[in-house]
Design a protein around this ligand. Structure first.
Ligand SMILES: NC(=O)c1ccc[n+]([C@@H]2O[C@H](COP(=O)([O-])OP(=O)(O)OC[C@H]3O[C@@H](n4cnc5c(N)ncnc54)[C@H](O)[C@@H]3O)[C@@H](O)[C@H]2O)c1
Length: 439
């Protein structure tokens, strides 16, 4: 099939590339000329494991192309996938201006039946709005389908190719059949629903996962006060097949391009429908507090005075295996430490450039490597769960730092392992009054 993907960001580029990989002829469109130029030269603008090889091989065989002009390709396409950003507005609602702009452009240029697939995460009712916008300028046949994306940055290709499910929210059978054909080469259950259900499934999924994390972070607070170990507690809870072990990792909380804006948007959407989503408001509050608690813990270590204290932050990305720093808890705590007068150094494997832009004006020394980052530090903070941090030579870290104190915001280690290196190891939910983790 001929597929056009509009918006060539994390979702658009991965979706377009994977759809080409399963045999479709795909054109990825973006208004960012620089991005398209780089892609045409074979440069991949984001870090996503496995993506570069897949883009290059599909470009080579002619199944994947890039352009800045949707009108140029629209009449050759069977399916248009909208994958533009839907960031938060200041009031928490999803900002749909980019989706509306694409819908407008589609309406002005459509000439034949086409399935318009909304892959961007959008509030319930957006499918209908997109339909209305297109119909203003085009009176022929078309279908608007909601097909939310569940991929995770860091494992996006794998997630797209082997999803737990593909949700297809269609108003008519013709559109559902087109989408079933699009995803024929993808494993995973195909679930056909109404457009509105599909739109809500995406928000409800993210909100549920965020709730699990905020829940375990609250349990971690109890652990610290009661002398229990959150890792043992989470493992014990997760063994219950009704609950499952995933998203029960205590830490400095969730961030990223999706959870914060989607949870907020669902909360706002509920309000619009006259419903006060009490649980979700608490989930957001707990998450915001989690970063502050962590910074407060470090401040307490320095008896409230961070001025001149050397704090080395390992990790800037919102999670491991990505260069994305949107709503990153790590970036937030760098800012908080710097604002409190600390002398901050930071290191990340892929996200440094993006973090530098986000932290413009904030005094941070960006280190070349993790050892350079921790050199002379009074405290080392682990802020992102990069797997490489687990493999660091921690005996070397212990030799390089001025004071051997680690605050682990991601609970990456068994406390004993760090103690063996002579490090004082303080993590989340494992350092209670009665805990044995203090060295
Ligand atoms: N990033 C994720 O992990 C993820 C996962 C699932 C769902 N989503 C959802 O997918 C959507 C896209 O997210 P993303 O992270 O890929 O965003 P992104 O910001 O990385 O990419 C969006 C792209 O759309 C382009 N764009 C904007 N307006 C355009 C237009 N009129 N025509 C062509 N291109 C245009 C931008 O230039 C940008 O390159 C969002 O709704 C998001 O919530 C994201």
């Amino acid at each position: 099939m001929n597929i056009t993907v509009v918006g060539t960001g994390y979702v658009g580029l991965v979706s377009g590339t994977c759809l080409a990989e399963i045999g479709h002829s795909v054109t990825c469109v973006d208004i960012d000329e620089d991005k398209i130029k780089r892609l045409e030269k074979g440069e991949i603008p984001i870090f996503e494991p496995g993506l570069d090889a897949l883009v290059l091989s599909n470009v080579r065989v002619g199944r994947l192309k890039f352009t800045t002009s949707l009108p140029d390709v629209i009449d050759k396409t069977d399916v248009i996938v909208i994958a533009v950003g839907t960031p938060s507005r200041p009031d928490g609602h999803a900002d749909l201006q980019y989706v509306y702009a694409v819908a407008e452009q589609i309406g002005q240029n459509l000439k034949k039946y086409t399935a318009i697939v909304n892959k961007s995460t959008v509030p319930v009712g957006t499918g209908k709005e997109v339909e209305d916008i297109i119909r203003k300028n085009y009176s022929g046949e078309f279908s608007v389908v909601s097909c939310p994306e569940f991929l995770r940055e860091g494992s996006a290709v794998e997630d797209f190719m082997k999803p737990d499910r593909v949700v297809i929210g269609a108003r008519d059978d013709r559109a559902a059949q087109v989408l079933l054909e699009v995803f024929k080469g993808i494993r995973g259950e195909k679930l056909v629903t109404t457009v509105e259900s599909a739109e809500l499934i995406k928000y409800a999924s993210n909100a549920f996962l965020a709730t699990k994390i905020s829940f375990i972070n609250e349990i971690a607070q109890i652990c610290e006060r009661a002398g229990a170990d959150i890792e043992e507690v989470a493992y014990g809870i997760g063994l219950d097949s009704r609950i499952g072990p995933r998203f029960l990792k205590a830490g400095i909380g969730w961030g990223g391009s999706c959870f914060p804006k989607d949870v907020e948007a669902l909360d706002q959407m509920a309000g619009m429908y006259g419903y006060d989503f009490k649980l979700l408001s608490a989930v957001i509050e707990v998450n915001n507090d989690q970063r502050k608690h962590f910074v407060a813990k470090v401040m307490e270590h320095f008896e409230g005075k961070l001025t001149g204290k050397k704090i080395a932050i390992l990790g800037l990305a919102f999670k491991g295996n990505t260069d994305d720093i949107r709503e990153s808890a790590a970036v937030d705590i760098v800012r908080m430490f710097a604002e409190n007068g600390a002398d901050v150094s930071a290191f990340d494997y892929e996200a440094t450039k993006n973090a530098q832009r986000a932290l413009e004006g904030v005094a941070v020394r960006y280190a070349e490597d993790p050892y350079d980052c921790v050199n002379g530090a009074d405290v080392v903070v682990i802020a992102t769960e990069w797997p490489q941090f687990i493999e660091l030579d921690w005996a070397k870290v212990a030799r390089l730092v001025a004071n051997p104190v680690i605050f682990d915001g991601r609970n990456l280690f068994q406390p004993e392992r760090m103690r063996e290196h002579g490090l004082t190891y303080i993590s989340i939910g494992r350092n209670g009054e009665f805990g044995d983790q203090k060295s």
